[in-house]
Ligand binder design. Sequence first.
Ligand SMILES: [Zn+2]
Length: 59
Amino acid sequence: MSETLVVKCPICKALVEHGSKTFPFCSNRCKTRDLGNWASGIYAIPDTPTDSWHHDHKV
Ligand SMILES: [Zn+2]
């Protein structure tokens, strides 16, 4: 029984074999696109007051 672990690319849902250079993405394009999603998500977050949280976290 030889099985290859295959996952779906989180971006385009194409099948990606485990061990692929760009795993878990099907290609560098999707990998880059995921990073872009992250970045835009971060920038989309409104400026929320987190000062108190930071104070609690003081080292
Ligand atoms: Zn993809």
